[in-house]
Design a protein around this ligand. Structure first.
Ligand code: CP
Length: 315
């Protein structure tokens, strides 16, 4: 199924068919990675600009690789050396870039709603690479792709997300995408990070880690945003680690085939112990590999690409 939309702002408004179409297309691209030549010429002549206003390692490199593997022309924008420093607005900056005839803008920004705002004022496609605490849709897609590779159909599967849910764009995109595919999501953390109102997103709220992990098929562990510690959302890193850190001891309380994910960057021995982060149950680097394929799929489909031409099943 082709995506009949210009932009990808979040997973909240994607249908089950759209998500499955992206995942199937991503699997078709994933198979290209094992070939001697990992690129395909299907975005030749298209131009993508990567606008990153916040630090990023995985998402930025992953988008850049995805664009290169699709043979697009790419430009990387550096906010710190741009005319934003002279007071130019985001809208003027983006419209000037668009006037240079670009087809797509990938943007990470600290303000929730920034990607939707640009999508409304530009004719070019906009992909949200993370907007504040709102959504990180391609992270959600790569996480769901990684779960689906191990669990198959996600209907009825149990996913526990642990951490600062209320400030996490990764958690939001996971909850929206997973519940649309029929998975049962539990969110776990201290009440300051996981208020009861998070249940409105469609997830079960649990403040006791042992109860939250007991019947889980997957644990998705979020980064503790140490920069928020000035707001005292938990007493200390040690306190958080003792109550909510995922250690070998916690894994012993899960089902034997429950596996562990983390979107990165990790705070080792805070939210996840080094033994778990490097252990046999984690699939963290598989997530990173899948990220390139998931982003190739999103770029291709937003450009009007037909998954059938890649041999992906019609969703
Ligand atoms: N997972 C993720 O968004 O990582 P980066 O901040 O390094 O892009």
């Amino acid at each position: 199924m082709t995506l009949r939309r210009k932009d990808l702002i979040g997973l909240e408004d994607l249908s089950r068919r759209e998500i499955l179409s992206i995942l199937d297309t991503a699997e078709a691209f994933r198979s290209v990675f094992d070939r001697p030549v990992r690129s395909v010429p299907i975005m030749r002549g298209k131009t993508v600009v990567n606008l990153f206003f916040e630090p990023s390692t995985r998402t930025r490199i992953s988008f850049e690789l995805a664009e290169k593997r699709l043979s697009a022309d790419i430009v990387n924008f550096s906010a710190s050396s741009s005319s934003l420093k002279k007071g130019e607005t985001l809208r003027d900056t983006a419209q000037n870039i668009e006037a240079m005839k670009v087809d797509m803008i990938v943007m990470r920004h600290s303000s929730p709603g920034a990607a939707a705002y640009l999508a409304n004022v530009l004719d070019a496609s906009v992909i949200n690479a993370g907007d504040g605490a709102h959504e990180h849709p391609t992270q959600g897609l790569l996480d769901i792709m990684t779960m689906r590779q191990r669990l198959g159909n996600l209907e009825g599967k149990k996913v526990t997300i642990i951490g600062d849910i209320s400030h996490s764009r990764v958690a939001r995109s996971n909850i929206y995408g997973l519940t649309t595919l029929g998975a049962e999501v539990t969110v776990c953390g201290p009440p300051t990070m996981v208020p009861g109102a998070m249940a409105k997103l469609g997830a079960r709220v649990e403040h006791d880690l042992k109860s939250a992990v007991a019947d889980a098929d997957v644990l998705n562990i979020l980064r503790i945003q140490l920069e928020r510690q000035s707001q005292m959302v938990f007493p200390s890193n040690r306190e958080y680690s003792l109550l909510f850190g995922v250690t070998e001891d916690v894994l012993r309380q899960t089902k034997p085939d429950c596996f562990v994910m983390h979107p990165g960057p990790m705070n080792r021995d805070v939210e996840i112990s080094s033994e778990v982060a490097d252990g046999p149950r984690q699939v963290i680097l598989d997530q990173v590999t899948n990220g390139v394929a998931a982003r190739m799929a999103v770029i291709y489909l937003l450009s009007g690409g037909d998954p059938g031409q890649l041999g992906a099943p019609a969703a």
